[in-house]
Structures are given as structure tokens and as C-alpha cells.
Design a protein around this ligand. Sequence first.
Ligand code: NAD
Length: 457
Amino acid sequence: MAQQQREAVAAPPPEEDLNPYHIAQAQFDWAARYLPELKPGLGEFLKKPKRLVTVEFPIQTEDGTVKNFIGYRALHSRSRGAGKGGLRYHPDVTADEVRALASWMTWKCAIADLPFGGAKGGIVCDPKKLTTNDLRRITRRYIAELGDTIGPHTDILAPDVNTNAETMAWIYDTYEMMHRGQNNLGVVTGKPVDLGGSLGRREATARGCLFATQIALGRGIVPGLDSVKGASVVVQGFGNAGSIAAELFAEAGASIVGVSDSKGGIYQPKGFDPTEARKHKKKTGSVVSLSNTKNVSNEELLALPCDILIPAALENQIRSDNADQVRARFLVEAANGPTTPAADLILFEKGIPILPDILANSGGVTVSYFEWVQNFENEQWDEDIVNEKLQIRMQRATDGVIDKQKEINGSLDTLEKQRKKLGRLGEPLQPVNLRTAAYVLAIQRVAKVTLERGIWP
Ligand code: NAD
């Protein structure tokens, strides 16, 4: 009997569904429970992507061999404006990942109140095994294959994992070759600054993340932690979002105690200079083994004691099997989809609030929007102006989500009654976390515009 009991306790939790598209849909369904006014048919329409373009193409790599690649571009919604979303290069890219990322872009643009819908692209490739010339050929061929499914007023690209300003310049150039004689700069954002890029765009995701964190802490989201100043911070992922976040949080007075990249992590409880970590990574290819720090695995990094944990790498990093080990007081999602729904629940029960991705990393697309506006005006705004405008937008977006959480949690009884009246049964409504509040706000905004436009025809 005792043996049986031990086995029962030690049994692993039922396997989690880590398909990002299933996760995005589950998040939508969960939030829709708090929207009794949302008609089921409209909900189904808003939840699903409008289109997924799949392209297959060869390129001749520098070593003379011909290799074939698969690329995707998902358009989730254009209700509020052109599709908008990054392009990712990674061996694990799948159609469902791109679909999920596209839907998160729709909700993010709605929370940031930008005139964009959601889109995302990805190419299945390992950039570490390709030369710059190979990547340029892959990029050009992918854009040529997408043809007129993208455009400055239909679907606009941007950087994401393993793509950067150089990639965006190739995208612009290829599209421009195919559409001579018009201003094509708006087809892609995150371009080099001398090619229509916006000052402040490179730092925008991280800066927006810092602003949102400061605003949320100022509003008392984390009991006993009211400022970034003096807070200990761990960052997972040391690319565009993560490395700049580490530097900006340090500049704002935080102590960076741990960072990691795909090769591993480092920890120093007294704090270290993230700029040294960046220089070390440039020299050696990784943050691992920076002097005066201890090497840790990525799993260990996520479990380090700290005030703020910033996942800034990929999806599904905090799951049912490791959420319980998280010892941070606040989780700020610079990455898209780093926390699974099961982990969300565990952290909610542990009293660890999460600043959700669709709010926390919306600074990137916000400054992409500024870039797009500057491109049509043939203007370049000063960096101070960009950062000021970003701060105003992050304040509005963060306040909007926190206010929505308060509104929902203060009206659970009324919502429950409305649900019952409509015959919607199921589990009773519980207080929502910031992710669900963010979803509710975003769905309301997209639904409103969809109905104002009228369902076609
Ligand atoms: P990037 O390619 O510049 O950096 C990714 C970093 O993550 C690299 O340092 C890589 O080594 C690290 N990494 C990869 N796998 C890891 C793992 N298992 N453990 C630890 N580190 C790992 O990409 P990025 O643009 O910084 O994007 C990171 C995340 O932020 C993604 O989820 C992306 O969608 C999101 N995001 C980026 C932007 C943007 O403007 N770049 C905007 C919004 C959201």
C-alpha cells in the first residue's frame, strides 16, 4: 500500500500540449468566458488566422550544393489594419508556431492601440549553419515567393528570432525590385537607420518592456516591490530583446544577477555588468564563462532567486514541469509565448504575477508603427521623440490592461449572471490574471472594429 502511494505521488503530470497554436487558442477560449457579449460565431472568426501561405524553394548555397527550404507567412487578422509581424529563422519553425505568433500579434497591436492586425513569418533553417550570402539568398527567394501577399498596406514584416536590420534591408530591396516607382519602405520595419529605419527601433522591445515593468510596479502589481531600482533581475535569452533589456534594466538601477543564451547561463548574486556579458558573447559566441560569474544551466537559471525574471528567448520555457521551481517575484515576458497555460495557473496560485507577452513586448511593434509612419512622411524623428512617444503608448497600454483586470475581477458576479442567462455553463468564473485581462481588452477592441465594418458581404 505504502509503495502504491509513493508511486501515485511520484507519477509525472499528464503530458502538456506544447503546440503554440493550441495554446493560443486555449488562451482565447479562456478569455472569451469573460466576454458573454461575444457571439460564438464571431469568436470563432476572431480566433482563427485568415490565411497561411507556405512556400518551398531551393537556393544554391556557397558550397555549391542546392538546398530546399520551407517558409511560412500567416496572416491572422486585418480587421484593425494591415497585418504586422516579424520573420523568424529557426530549425524548429512550424506552421502552427507561425499561426500562434500571428494571433499574438493581433492581440498585441490591439492592446497597443495600433492600426495593425497580426501576422508572422518563419523559415525552417539553422542560421548557424549558413553563411551571410546563403541567408541573403534565402531571404530574397522567400520574399519573391510571397509575391503580392505582402505589402506596405497589407502585410508588413519586421525582425524576430535570428533576423536583424540587415535581413530587413534585403527584404526591402527585394520587394522594391518587384515594385519599382513607389514608396515601398513601409513593407518592412526594423530596417537600418540610413535605409528608413527608426531611431530607437533596435532597443524598442526592451525599452517598452522596461517601461511596462516600471508602470506595473508603480501600480502595486507586485506586493512589496514598487520599483526596478535595486531589484535583482534574471534574463533568459541574450539576443535583441534580452541583451538590451539587461542593459536598460541595469541603467534603470536594477542588479542583473543572471543571463543565458542557447549555450547556457551565468549567475552572480552580487550582480554584474551586462555590457561585459555582451562583449564576452561577441568575443566567444556565448555569455557562458564570463569572469566572476558561475555557469548555470538554462533550467537552473529559470529557478534562480530574483525579483524579476525576464524570459526573452523562445516559447514554452516555463511549463507544468518547472513552473513550481520559479523563485522570482515577477515574470516579465519579453519573449512571445514563454509560459504555458498550466504554468500560468501554477504561478497564479503561487502569487507570482506575469506581465504577459502581448503587453510586455509590445514596444517593438509600437516603434515599428512609428517607423512605418515616418516612412510615409519621409521623415526621421529624433530618438528622444521616439522614446517619449513609446513611453506614452506603454503607459496607456499597461494602464489599460491593469484597469481591465480590476474591472473584470470587480464584476465576476454580474458576468456570471450574464453567462447563465445565455445558457453558457461550465466552471464558475475565477479572478483573472493580467494575461486574460489583456486578451479580453484586445478581443473587445478587435470585435468592435469587426462589427463596425460589418461582416462581409
Ligand atoms: P534573437 O535571435 O535576437 O535572440 C534570441 C536569444 O535567445 C539568443 O541569445 C539565443 O541564444 C537565445 N536562446 C535561444 N534558445 C534558448 C534557450 N533554449 N535558452 C536560453 N536562450 C536561448 O531574438 P529576439 O529578437 O531577441 O527574440 C527573442 C524573443 O522576443 C522571441 O520570442 C521574439 O518573438 C520576441 N520578440 C522580439 C521582438 C524584436 O523586436 N526582436 C519583438 C517582440 C518580441
